[in-house]
Design a binder for this molecule. Structure first.
Ligand code: ZN
Ligand code: ZN
Length: 296
């Protein structure tokens, strides 16, 4: 019996409430042989090899970054090199970097870095304006230049564990990054593949069709485990479900568009229809994504 799968099924219910509040805890759960995760806003992956550790995402602001660093110190030998990468430029994913040790090697794809330079500070200010707590968490957030940037793929040999950092094109944002870890065959997907969560394109990030193109490349990785950033982990079938959902919604919305139905009306109608078609999805607010389909 695969106890790992049983465990994954169990922790969805227990840990998901933490995903809406901005302070990360110090509990880490095992996702696959070499990967741990702090489940929260967002889920943060800690990938541990014999020589080095890679963290994916920083939490919202330096205090969360420092929490992650403490968890890493408990899980991995302190002599190890520490790498840090980010799934996209939004503050809960990238604005906690200052909380990590000073010799942490920061690496991200260059498209994401361009978005960070254009809009990173603006997003920090926006998130800080949302609550007193978020303002406090982001007070000392500075966005430093990465030590390494890459175009479409960077491989980090962690010692017995290989992390492939991948940029496949725009989806939720332009610079969405995925991390594929071997031999685990675990994929850390950011917002590109979620578990029963309606996708969302941030401003001019990607388009519904670029998102589908990205998913074709993700499917080819043939992941066994998937760790998304704002929902529960699952198996590799999550990738195909994401593609089916976006494809279905796109076809249905384009049909209504051809009939002259407005984007707003299509969003309302399809919200109801997709609740029936995907009954186990907790929330079916498709209005935003339908607008993206209409706009393309
Ligand atoms: Zn985001
Ligand atoms: Zn996010």
């Amino acid at each position: 019996m695969d106890t790992k799968l049983l465990f994954l099924a169990g922790f969805a219910a227990a840990i998901l409430p933490a995903q809406n509040q901005p302070v990360l805890g110090e509990e880490a759960v095992k996702v696959s042989d070499s990967i741990w995760a702090i489940m929260g806003f967002p889920n943060v992956a800690i990938i541990i090899g014999n020589r080095a550790t890679l963290v994916v995402d920083t939490g919202l602001g330096p205090p969360n970054g420092a929490t992650i660093a403490r968890v890493v110190a408990k899980l991995a030998p302190s002599s190890q090199k520490l790498f840090l990468t980010t799934t996209h430029f939004h503050p809960e994913h990238a604005a906690g970097e200052v909380g990590f040790p000073r010799d942490t090697i920061l690496i991200r794809n260059s498209v994401q870095q361009q978005e960070m330079e254009l809009h990173g500070k603006e997003m920090v200010d926006l998130f800080a304006s949302r609550s007193a707590k978020q303002k406090e968490l982001l007070a000392n957030a500075t966005l430093r230049t990465p030590d390494i940037t890459f175009a479409s793929e960077a491989k980090i040999d962690l010692g017995g564990v290989m992390a492939r950092l991948l940029w496949f094109g725009g989806a939720h944002t332009k610079g969405d990054e995925l991390t594929f870890v071997e031999p685990d065959r675990t994929l850390i997907t950011g917002d590109v593949v979620q578990n029963k969560v309606v996708p969302n394109i941030f401003r001019d990030g990607g388009t519904p069709s670029s998102w589908l193109t990205v998913l074709d490349k993700v499917i080819a990785l043939n992941a066994l485990h998937v760790l998304p950033d704002h929902s529960a982990p699952g198996d590799g079938s999550m990738v195909a479900v994401e593609k089916k959902f976006i494809g279905d919604l796109r076809n249905s919305a384009l049909e209504l568009k051809r009939k002259g139905v407005s984007a707003d009306d299509a969003g309302k109608q399809l919200g109801g229809e997709f609740k029936t078609r995907y009954p186990d999805w907790p929330n079916m607010n498709v209005a935003g994504f339908v607008r993206s389909i209409y706009a393309e």
